[in-house]
Design a protein around this ligand. Structure first.
Ligand SMILES: Cc1ncc(C[n+]2csc(CCOP(=O)(O)OP(=O)(O)O)c2C)c(N)n1
Length: 331
């Protein structure tokens, strides 16, 4: 009986990890497609890639329910894709096309989809955090049993809004999940030089539950996010989840990273979340060929989305300006 239980729980872990691997592969392949598109000047503006941080997107998304909401930051492609954003709408948006989810007006740093509870990416460091708090308040007032997630980098720990949000969330016992992706960098500076206190101490100062997890281990993130989301959903108040990870690429795509030591950059691939998940899946008995087939199918979906984006029109001048001002308000 005991060994039967052990094998069924091993199978459940393999299923869970396979689902996370699929999500991570989708995010990785989508961003690798963006690397090429950006190099070929097919993407307007800046893009910030989350390559190497996919386990956090996949793990947190796996803990969310349909009614949940999320606000993200400038490095948010993984968060929105893991939440289930339509691939065609995503690529069209990032490539500035009329058929994009925000009619091509948002781009990489402002992509949103309210149907999925995606309240938006945000180019202002920390600005998504109070938006998620507002959404948590809405969940609480409307009794949706939903949780609002705020994704932020360790660079946001220097922002006042983070501290204000922790205070209000604690006072009002908000169903808020604060997810910090701690990759050690804030643009071109190590964050260790920017903060007087670690996130754990900040959470403790406000009496909030805190968890720390290896952000490159998708199952560990999923477990920790699952426990935190459940606690927030069932009246436990705001939860802080710190995911330790690595920023593989530059701050923005094209950043030559002259400020980083070669040894640090060489070491990051050892912790690659996809590589780790793949080895674990093979050790659990999955076939290499099956994984390759799935990855190829994902790549085809992405190629189709990119082709559709290329074929889509650019917004007209009039449509680009629509909704800039609220109707009826004179400038
Ligand atoms: C309020 C504000 N200050 C500064 C900037 C410039 N800036 C853009 S991204 C960034 C660093 C962000 O670091 P982090 O939040 O850790 O995210 P990461 O890029 O590491 O994922 C900074 C300082 C900004 N966009 N907004």
């Amino acid at each position: 009986m005991a060994s039967q239980h052990a094998s069924s729980s091993t199978a459940a872990r393999a299923d869970a990890l396979l689902a996370l691997w699929r999500t991570m592969t989708l995010v990785r392949q989508a961003e690798l497609a963006l690397v090429k598109l950006f190099a070929d000047s097919e993407v307007p503006g800046f893009i910030h890639l989350s390559i190497g941080q996919e386990a956090i997107s996949a793990g947190v998304a796996s803990a969310l329910l349909a009614q949940d909401t999320l606000a993200t930051n400038h490095r948010g492609h993984g968060h929105v894709l893991a939440r289930g954003m339509d691939l065609h709408g995503f690529f069209k948006e990032i490539m500035g096309r009329a058929g994009g989810l925000c009619q091509g007006r948002g781009g990489s740093m402002h992509v949103a989809d309210l149907r999925l509870g995606i309240l938006g990416a945000n180019g202002i460091v920390g600005a998504g955090i109070p938006i998620a708090l507002g959404s948590a308040l809405a969940h609480s007032v409307r009794r949706t049993e939903g949780v609002a997630v705020a994704f932020f980098g360790d660079g946001a720990m220097a922002e006042g809004v983070l501290h204000e949000t922790l205070n209000m969330a604690a006072l009002w016992k908000m169903p808020l999940l604060m997810v910090c992706e701690n990759n050690g960098w804030s643009e071109f500076s190590p964050t260790s030089r920017q903060f007087a206190a670690p996130l754990q101490a900040l959470a403790a100062a406000f009496g909030l539950a805190y968890r720390k997890v290896d952000g490159n281990d998708a199952l560990a993130v999923a477990e920790a996010a699952g426990a935190a989301a459940l606690a927030a959903r069932s009246g436990g108040g705001a939860q802080v989840l710190e995911c330790i990870t690595h920023r593989v690429r530059g701050h923005y795509e094209g950043d030559p990273q002259k400020y980083r030591e070669a040894a640090e950059l060489e070491g990051v691939s050892e912790h690659d979340p996809l590589r780790q998940a793949r080895s674990a899946l093979l050790a659990m008995g999955l076939e290499e060929a099956a994984l390759q087939q799935e990855a190829a199918a994902i790549e085809q979906r992405i190629e189709a989305a990119v082709a559709a984006a290329r074929a889509d029109a650019l917004p007209t001048f009039e449509s680009a300006l629509a909704d800039v001002y609220t109707p009826g308000v004179q400038a």
